[in-house]
Design a binder for this molecule. Sequence first.
Ligand code: SAH
Ligand code: SF4
Ligand code: F3S
Length: 466
Amino acid sequence: MADRKPVKVTEEQLEEQRQFMREVRALPQRPRSYFVVTYGCQMNAHDSEILAGMLRDMGMEEAHDRENADFVLFNTCCVRDNAERRALGNVTWLKEVRKRNPNLVIGVCGCMIQQPGMAEKIMKQYRFVDLAFGTSNLYRLPELLCRTLNSDRAVVEVEDEDTIAEDLPVRRLRQDAAYITIMYGCDNFCSYCIVPYVRGRERSRDMDDILREAETLRNSGVKEIMLLGQNVNSYGKGLEGGATFAELLRRLDDMDIPRIRFMTSHPKDLSDELIDVMRGSRHILPQFHLPVQSGSDEILRQMNRRYTREQYLNRVRALRDAVPGIGLTTDIIVGFPGETEEQFQDTMSLVKEVGYDSAFTFIYSPRKGTRAAAMDGQINEAVATDRIQRLIALQDQCQKEAMARFLGQEEEVLVEGLSRRSDKAVSGKGRHGVSITLPGTEEDVGQIVRVRVNEIKNNTLMAERL
Ligand code: SAH
Ligand code: SF4
Ligand code: F3S
């Protein structure tokens, strides 16, 4: 594995795909509409925007829902068992839809397919699937779809290459905010995690390519960019010229894009240089997603996270010193193999000590092929469920306390849409990453609005316009 080199997709290869797009467009039997169903993280959400971009360029329109689409593509996740089961359940359900629409084309792609033996298993057990492909050959969708439409047999293609493809078409979910992937894959091999196996080795895009993309987005009026990677802090590893994430942020900060966010950061790679950039920045938002996973040193060691509780807390203090009031969020796993009640209490005390604005909490899910799946001391479900409930209750309490710092404060909200509770209100995220509701109409969507927070309701900040 160690000698795998990233492969940059060439202009000729991209041109070949554009040729396939033209071919699909000319096919009489081609689907007229598509629907992409997305599971998993932001990386997948952005991949789906690219898939949709390619489908649009093949002359298809987005359907309102999957029941009415001619081509349904599932972009799957396998980080936990339930993500995988949900995807497969929905694929099966489409079999019924196909009875009504015999021309329906069903595709499955993404992380789940990239697991060893999975594509074969799907094709055997789900014979109605027409097309399956993995994460590294996503850019070849035009070719694969073309082959599918020209044949009676299913097309399956899973490669094990670490590709980087530039300049793919994108159909963005939002006009005012955009994702930019800055690095692919992960080399960390946390013992519970499947991502390094399904997303390949860590590889960074050239800084110039990223800056060019950011510039285009800024010129088209985008107000917020979100930089994506499984471990954005280690951006630049393997690139010539010693590029770092801090350097990339500095260059982006000078570009006058109103808001810049990023995720995910690994605590072990969070450098002082990066914290310094955040301190002096104009556009990098005062928020930080810093997954801790556990508050116990022994569990952290077993997880192969390569930091201690104290080192983590030290990073939190450094961030708070540099950016007072910074919005902190995290990911936590409970029920890792061998986790004792006492070790779980270490996680509880850490949550109390940090006081996160929000925390994504997960019950450990064994993933085949990972080191933790073979460890002794797998925790039973009842114990794990009890722990996560106690953790969620504690975090809820901590969140309320954390939110109090916004009362009476001014904020800026990038309005995302009408509020679900009232048609005279809109909501969006403040600079610190917290949801804020304010009076407004459809016209405010995509605008940055100055507000003052005057109430906290169910962990949402209610604000008035300034
Ligand atoms: N690269 C990011 C996120 C990876 S996946 C990071 O390192 O933080 C998102 C989250 O899913 C992880 O932070 C972790 O909390 C959770 N997760 C990953 N594998 C898991 C597993 N096997 N069981 C339960 N949760 C898991
Ligand atoms: Fe998974 Fe760890 Fe990589 Fe995150 S850093 S993707 S948790 S292996
Ligand atoms: Fe899931 Fe793949 Fe993301 S496994 S969490 S979609 S990288």
